[in-house]
Unconditional design. Structure first.
Lengths: 272, 409
């Protein structure tokens, strides 16, 4: 096996190397899940409690008024919970990934492996929580007598995939910046809090009457996946425009993030 | 046969920023846009380092602190890219810049073996295959399912080394990981390393421990200020290194004590070859500048240490000579001459300190001076009495040659 170590080489994504090190994805994800729930009394329940609590609060205070002012084709709690689940997968994934390089600085400085594994594993941890909390969602569906349509088999994975792309894009970008500017660590929580309100998680796109805000909502990388996810258990028609615009943002985000990360990663060990 | 590693003109540049904080922040960076000149300085940690490593070689890399050893290892392990030059490698490379990389205190010993092994580049089946042997080597089988945070530091270390010992890569890069642990464990590690190098794999080994370098490696590279000065047989390189050791024969100190301050010190003469040619004793003359604010009952001391920084001797102006520092404020110079010593060859360090008599040190300067004894045999015979042999640091001479009286009853 021949290898070459040079000053900065030509840019490539390094897919082959990622495949070679595929077991590390598993180990990093596994480690973070293990560590996250070790010495907790509730264990995996924590993954469920966060979206559940938010859903209950919003259903109780805002549910009826939102339902009145828009044309929801499903019970509000189902609408809000599905939104929260996907949103939490995204926001946890993004913030885990952004901090992942700094948190693993001691490893980065001592050993080489494709660096992309770290932020991507951080996102896989968030996805794991998402799948756990999906059970609660199914219980909600049963309570509100909402049944999944057969398209769900296709729609659910697709929406998760789109969210993952968006989270990987944003996460790798912020992780790379975070290594250099620790400001990112502090900016992320309130950035995400703000973003939640311009994402159709707790209210539908057409709830906003202003055109500009509607466009902003459609450009949001989470809107498309939400649209698809919600179509898998309601008669809501997928707004193709929303999905495409949102996918476009995701795509740009993904490419920018991963390319920027790859371009700067060789100096992480010097900066971390 | 092609070399397994070709290191060609490797250079690594760092930018040193003066008057700057270690962490960048966005604000600083914005400020920089408006502020033209920020004094940055280029610093070459490595420059034009080249050598070839043949398969099966074990190579030592030696040099003083800051010579560039760790930077070279980091480049070889792909952790940081070189600024210049290139390295061609032919084989799977594994680097052990630290033992237990990726160990997590919350995970159990068993889990950490898998995590650590995987980070080191082992495949899962390889770890599983060697699992029992790893556990056996580490000697922690009873605690395998306990979280690592409950392990003693010695146990953590043994576990970490055990994982690393079963790496099957063709090229191993090892950075002073053996400098830790008790003597017995170090011996075990050295034995394992010896096996590894005999098994035909290639090892690059950085250490300050010349004895370890000598016993493990056949060839060595000597780095100094980022340059590779020699690349040759280990014995030759070590000899060069000992000769070239640029000792701290003088020092100016910026710190200060509460009531006194040692300004500077220097070795005025280190007379190894005595006037009487056959006797090779060490006569040490040291000049020291001390400032005192005039407080009474102060004294100064020198502590002589061997290459392992073990304290081996004391000079005390008060306790041995009843001589205190002057009780009048001022800066004083003194020259002291230590009686001839029969020191073993090797490196020595001197701590210089002032003290309040029978109470405490005042201004303590660690490793203020250092010197090297290149060869030792007090009467000038050929056997070199070395510190490394572990027979102590003093040659004890007899008053006269031993006489053997026949006592046959």
């Amino acid at each position: 096996m021949e290898f070459l170590i040079k000053p900065k080489g030509k840019f490539n994504i390094g897919l082959q190397e990622l495949v070679e090190y595929k077991e590390l994805f598993y180990f990093f994800t596994w480690r973070d899940i293990k560590v996250k729930y070790k010495q907790t009394a509730f264990g995996f329940l924590w993954a469920v409690l966060q979206p559940l609590f938010m859903t209950l609060v919003f259903s109780f205070f805002l549910g009826s008024s939102i339902k009145q002012q828009s044309d929801l084709l499903m019970p509000y709690p189902i609408f809000a919970l599905s939104g929260m689940l996907l949103w939490i997968a995204f926001s946890n994934g993004l913030s885990n990934a952004s901090n992942s390089m700094v948190n693993n600085a001691n490893i980065i400085k001592k050993i080489y492996f494709p660096r992309l594994i770290i932020p991507i594993s951080a996102i896989l941890v968030a996805l794991f929580d998402f799948f756990i909390s999906l059970f609660v969602f199914f219980i909600f569906c049963w309570i509100y007598k909402t049944s999944l349509k057969w398209e769900a088999i296709l729609f659910m994975p697709l929406s998760v995939l789109m969210v993952s792309f968006a989270a990987i894009g944003g996460g790798t970008f912020l992780a790379a910046i975070n290594i250099k500017y620790r400001d990112v660590r502090y900016a992320i929580p309130f950035f995400l809090q703000g973003l939640l309100f311009v994402t159709p998680v707790l209210y539908p796109v057409n709830f906003a009457k202003n055109e500009a805000i509607q466009l902003l909502l459609k450009l949001n990388p989470i809107s498309g996946p939400l649209e698809i996810l919600r179509a898998s258990f309601s008669n809501q028609v997928i707004n193709i425009e929303t999905v495409l615009l949102s996918a476009l943002t995701s795509g740009v985000l993904f490419i920018t993030g991963v390319v920027y990360f790859r371009k700067t990663e060789s100096y992480f060990a010097d900066l971390a | 046969m092609k070399p397994i590693l070709e290191i060609q003109n490797i250079g690594k540049k760092f930018k040193i920023q003066h008057e700057h904080l270690p962490y960048l922040s966005l604000r600083d960076s914005l400020k920089q846009v408006f502020k033209k000149s920020r004094s940055t300085e280029d610093f070459w940690a490595l420059q034009d380092v080249s050598f070839d490593v043949m398969p099966g070689d074990s190579i030592g890399i030696i040099g003083k602190n800051g010579a560039g050893k760790s930077t070279l290892l980091k480049i070889l392990s792909k952790i940081t890219p070189p600024t210049k030059g290139q390295i061609i490698g032919r084989g799977r490379i594994a680097s052990l810049l630290e033992v237990g990389t990726g160990f997590h205190p919350e995970l159990s010993g068993r889990e950490n073996i898998f995590m650590n092994g995987s980070i080191l580049g082992m495949k899962r089946f390889e770890i599983a295959k060697n699992f029992d042997a790893i556990v056996d080597f580490s000697g922690v089988e009873r605690f395998l399912d306990e979280p690592l945070k409950h392990y003693s530091s010695g146990m953590q270390l043994r576990l970490a080394f055990a994982v690393a010992a079963f790496l099957e890569n063709e090229i191993l890069i090892i950075d002073e990981v053996l400098a830790v642990g008790d003597a017995e464990f170090q011996k075990k590690c050295m034995g394992k390393m010896d096996d590894v190098s005999k098994s035909g794999r290639t090892i690059l080994f950085v250490s300050h421990d010349l004895a370890a370098i000598r016993s493990l490696t056949r060839k060595a590279a000597l780095l100094n200020n980022g340059n590779c000065i020699v690349f040759d047989d280990t014995e030759e390189v070590i000899k060069k290194y000992s000769e070239n050791l640029i000792n701290k024969t003088s020092g100016i100190f910026s710190t200060s004590g509460n009531i006194t301050k040692i300004h500077s010190a220097k070795i005025i003469s280190l007379n190894i070859e005595n006037r009487n040619k056959t006797k090779k004793q060490i006569e040490l003359i040291i000049g020291i500048d001390i400032e005192t604010n005039g407080q009474e009952n102060t004294s100064f001391e020198l502590i002589l240490k061997d290459s392992k920084k073990q304290r081996i001797g004391l000079v005390s102006s008060y306790q041995f000579h009843q001589k205190k520092l002057p009780s009048k404020k001022g800066l004083y110079s003194t020259t002291i001459e230590i009686e001839p010593l029969n020191l073993a060859s090797g490196e020595y360090f001197i701590d210089i300190t002032t003290s309040i008599i029978n109470q405490c040190w005042d201004h303590y300067i660690e490793d203020a001076l250092s010197f090297n004894v290149s060869y030792s045999n007090p009467l000038g015979y050929s056997w070199d009495f070395k510190q490394d042999y572990n027979y102590g640091t003093m040659a004890l001479l007899l008053k006269s040659e031993p006489k053997f009286v026949l006592n046959d009853k």
